[in-house]
Structures are given as C-alpha cells and as structure tokens.
Design a protein around this ligand. Structure first.
Ligand code: BYC
Length: 319
C-alpha cells in the first residue's frame, strides 16, 4: 500500500472515531481508537481503581472500633463495596490492553497515582461519617459525569458504582446527623471531622481548570463532560445546605451564597497542599503505600492457592 493511501486510511479511521463520539455513541474495546485515547483512559481508569482499593484503608482503620454492631456491619459492607468497585474498574481498564497485575505493580512501585484524599488520617469515629458524606459525595458528582463518558466499559461500570456510592453517601450523612443530635462532645467531634475533610474533599475533584493539563483533551473526546472547577462548584452547591441542615459550620469564612449566579462563592484553595499530597508528601502517603504493599504480600498465598486450584480443576475437566 502506498504511503498516501495509509495516511488517508488513518485519517478516515480517526474521523469515524470522532464522528461516533460527536453522535454520543460509545467506543467499545474492539473498536479502533487513537493510541492517545487508550493511554489517557488507562491512566484515568487505573488511577480510579487504585483509589477505590487504597480508599479502603482510612475506613478499615475504624472497623474494630465502630460504636455498635449495626455501625460495624454497615461500614464493613461499604468497604467491601469499594473493593468491588476496584475490581470492576480494573476489569474495565484491562479491556484497554494492560493486565491487572501490571496496573497493581505500577501502584506498588509508586509509578501510578491514586486519589489525594486517601492520604489524610481518619482520627475519630466521626471521620467515618465525613468520608461517606463528603468523599463519596464528591466521588458521586464526578462519577455521575463519568457514567456518560465515551468509553463504554467505564461508563457502564460507573452506573452501578454510583448506585452504591449513593448508599455510602447517605450512611455517612446519617452518622454526621446522628452525632449532631447527640452530646456536646459528639457535636464537636462531628465538626472537627468536617473541618479536616472539607478542603481535601474539594481538592479531590482535581486542580483548577487553568492548571489541568489533561482536561482539554479528555473533554474533546467526551471522557470528561464537565471540567474540574464545574464539578467542584456542583459539589459545594449541593453540600453546603446539607451541612447547614444538621448544624455544621462550613470551615470557610469567605463562603457566601450569590443570588445572581445561584452558586456559593468560596475561599482560596490551598493548592500547595494539594501538590504536596499528589507528589507523595501528604500526611499519610508513606503509610498508605506500606499498608497496600503489606496487604499485597499477605494475600500472596491466597492468589497462589486460587491459581493452583484453578489449574487442578482445568486438568480434571480436561481428563
Ligand atoms: N488525586 O489534568 P488533571 C472513591 C493528577 S474513589 C491525585 O486535572 P485529569 C472512594 C492527575 O492525575 C474515587 N492526583 O487530570 C473510595 C494528573 O496527573 P498525571 C476516585 C490527582 O485526569 C473508597 C494531574 O494531577 N475517583 O470514591 O484530567 C472510599 C493533573 O490533573 C488528583 C476518581 O479516581 C487527585 N485528586 O483529572 C470512599 C475519578 N486530581 O496523571 C470513596 C476518576 C488530579 O498526569 N478520575 N490529579 O500524572 C478523574 O475524574 C480525573 O482523573 C481527575 C483528574 C478529576 C481526578
């Protein structure tokens, strides 16, 4: 084939791909896609899967100290859901041509990122409320958008995940509301957790649009349908009234409702802190990576046993 024919083939494939996206169709694993689209999705989806798995750690910290059997079983169910989310998203990401083992290796060797939010400590029981309400709340805002993204396997995984995150969000808010109806000490504990998790949850939605190098490309492919700042505003607008309804004070002196724009205005975000956290220097980055590596090592015998069992079964079925 002549070079000009190859070039025109490539251009035609690319324009078919872009047309499908423009028409709102999904791109499926066996469809042609530009290499850069594949790479960007793999980066996002693997980071997302890692976040679900690392995200089990701050809550796992309180499983043995939950205040009642009911609270403990709800928290346990939530943490198990997060493991499930990790598995769906790893499976979705594998359709882009990288194995789960490779992705996990990238996490454990520090090459892949996971969400900044999980590098903060969970210091008291109210943190379980704050995480469910705020962290899952921010995640829902982001993931409701991703449920309409152009890559089919990611979009479909998000539909189910969002349903489960809604339950997580409500159980977190319910813990906070319950504490706010309790003693003065319980109210202070809830306010303290809120103060510590508010700003990191706002940062979790990513850098401001002017410092978001990946956004333009992801938006042109409808992987992202809204920008980081648009989602952040949406999260703040829906969360502030929830805080006020149960008597919590938002830790932001500049927070103000603007009746013209019908949005809350808010104070300066500490982007230095965010940049420190995403470059490995947050309060718990080293601890989280150690916990993850230890968990991976401690689970090695389970993986080996499962593989040996599968091999034995395959052999007996073949006989
Ligand atoms: N943390 O150009 P930008 C959950 C990085 S878990 C760390 O805006 P993009 C839950 C970004 O990766 C749900 N890094 O990037 C689980 C990029 O660096 P690289 C987690 C961040 O991709 C358990 C650089 O900054 N959700 O709900 O356009 C218990 C520039 O950023 C962060 C997801 O993972 C961050 N927060 O947008 C409870 C959602 N933000 O990779 C709850 C999926 C940015 O070029 N991901 N960076 O080296 C996304 O939607 C997007 O990737 C982001 C960033 C909005 C996060």
């Amino acid at each position: 084939m002549e070079l000009h024919e190859m070039n025109s083939d490539a251009a035609e494939r690319e324009s078919r791909f872009l047309k499908r996206i423009a028409e709102g169709q999904t791109i499926e694993p066996k469809d042609w896609m530009p290499e850069r689209y594949r790479k960007q999705l793999l980066r996002m989806m693997s980071q997302h899967a890692h976040s679900e798995v690392v995200g089990m750690l701050p809550e796992g910290n309180w499983l043995t100290r939950a205040p009642s059997l009911m609270r403990k079983s709800v928290l346990l169910a939530k943490i198990q859901d997060e493991a499930g989310h990790g598995l769906y998203i790893y499976s979705g990401a594998e359709t882009l041509g990288t194995s789960r083992e490779e992705m996990i290796d990238q996490l454990l060797t520090g090459k892949a990122k996971y969400s900044s939010i999980f590098n903060y400590p969970s210091l008291n029981w109210a943190d379980m409320g704050a995480i469910g309400w705020l962290v899952d709340g921010a995640a829902i805002v982001n993931q409701t958008m991703l449920a309409k993204c152009s890559y089919g396997p990611y979009a479909r995984a998000m539909v189910r995940i969002c349903k489960e995150e809604n339950f997580h969000n409500k159980q977190g808010y319910q813990i906070m509301a319950h504490l706010m109806r309790g003693t003065k000490e319980q109210q202070e504990m809830a306010q303290d957790a809120f103060n510590r998790w508010w700003w990191p949850s706002i940062m979790m939605l990513g850098p401001s649009d002017k410092n978001s190098p990946n956004s333009a490309e992801l938006m042109s492919w409808k992987v992202k349908l809204q920008s980081n700042d648009e989602l952040r505003q949406r999260f703040i607008d829906r969360t502030v009234p929830q805080a006020e309804a149960i008597g919590l004070t938002v830790p932001d002196e500049k927070l103000k409702w603007n009746p013209q724009t019908r949005h809350y205005e808010f104070g300066e975000i500490n982007w230095d802190e965010f940049n420190q956290v995403i470059s490995g220097n947050g309060p718990c980055n080293r601890l989280r990576m150690k916990q993850r590596r230890d968990a991976h090592e401690n689970g090695r015998w389970v993986r080996e046993a499962a593989l040996a069992h599968a091999a034995k079964r395959a052999k007996s079925e073949a006989a």
